[in-house]
Design a protein around this ligand. Structure first.
Ligand SMILES: CC(C)(COP(=O)(O)OP(=O)(O)OC[C@H]1O[C@@H](n2cnc3c(N)ncnc32)[C@H](O)[C@@H]1OP(=O)(O)O)[C@@H](O)C(=O)NCCC(=O)NCCS
Length: 232
């Protein structure tokens, strides 16, 4: 297994034996194309209930068709969906092989039992097996449970994205670096273009710069007709 094995908890990302959670037995299973008719509606329902971004069916299919092996589900004894994580993995702007955690949710009555943490660990382990260099995601700055999960696992806050979400909320970008030297690996185009000569020496404050970068990201998204959820 390559990468930082500190974060690796499973030798295989395949189906896990049942785990007792209080009095409820949960199974942790990878999503497979054969499970679409059974689980895609449940995944959409669980995620759309709690995440602020309204994702269309095409967004789910974008992830699940290409990276179904990076989606994991927690199921109860009746095979009802209790928790889910949806991810992707691809080169980031010609630089690092970047995993991206797009969606994570646990049913409200099952929270606080380590279910989301287990799903994130399974996704991390599978991405390490697939030779990921780093793993990124965005989460709202006031989503304490989410920040706790990721920071407990070693993710670092790398950017503050002003008014990142459609609801106007601000996000942190968190990254888990899996190999030495990855933070310094160049990307093309770079994440943000350099300041123009007219902007240099104008005494831009940090917050201004962050707002400018966030605005540029929005413009890129509109031009590329993509949605932030793809993390590209
Ligand atoms: C975020 C979410 C997935 C967490 O699911 P979960 O199964 O309860 O997560 P876990 O039990 O693995 O861990 C939750 C962590 O947050 C902590 N936590 C939970 N509620 C908290 C609160 N109100 N304040 C502070 N910490 C809290 C827990 O103590 C735990 O941290 P610890 O391991 O250091 O004790 C779940 O709350 C959810 O579905 N929220 C809505 C969707 C969402 O916000 N997704 C993340 C977007 S990126």
């Amino acid at each position: 297994m390559s990468g930082n094995s500190k974060h690796a908890v499973n030798d295989t990302p395949n189906e896990q034996p049942p785990v007792a959670k209080g009095h409820v037995e949960l199974r942790y299973v990878p999503y497979g194309a054969e499970k679409e008719s059974t689980y895609l509606p449940a995944i959409r329902q669980l995620i759309s209930k709690d995440l602020s971004e309204p994702y269309s069916i095409y967004v789910y299919r974008y992830f699940l068709y290409q990276w179904g092996e990076l989606c994991f589900m927690a199921l109860d004894e009746q095979d009802s969906l209790i928790g889910v994580i949806v991810c992707k993995l691809e080169p980031h702007r010609g630089g690092p092989m970047r995993g991206y955690i797009a969606m994570l949710a646990t049913r409200s009555e099952y929270r606080g039992q380590g279910i989301a943490t287990k799903l994130v660990r399974m996704a991390i382990d599978r991405m390490i097996e697939m030779d990921a260099d780093e793993i990124a995601l965005e989460t709202e700055v006031d989503n304490t449970p989410s920040l706790r999960i990721y920071e407990n696992l070693g993710f670092l806050r790398t950017k503050r994205l002003h008014r990142y979400y459609l609801n106007g909320n601000t996000a942190f970008r968190l990254i888990l670096y899996l190999k030495p030297g990855i933070p310094y690996k160049p990307t093309f185009p770079p994440d943000y273009p350099p300041l123009s000569p007219s902007e240099q020496g104008q005494g831009l404050m940090d917050e201004d710069l962050i707002a400018r970068q966030a605005a540029l990201m929005r413009i890129e998204d509109v031009r590329g007709e993509t949605h932030d959820v793809t993390g590209s």
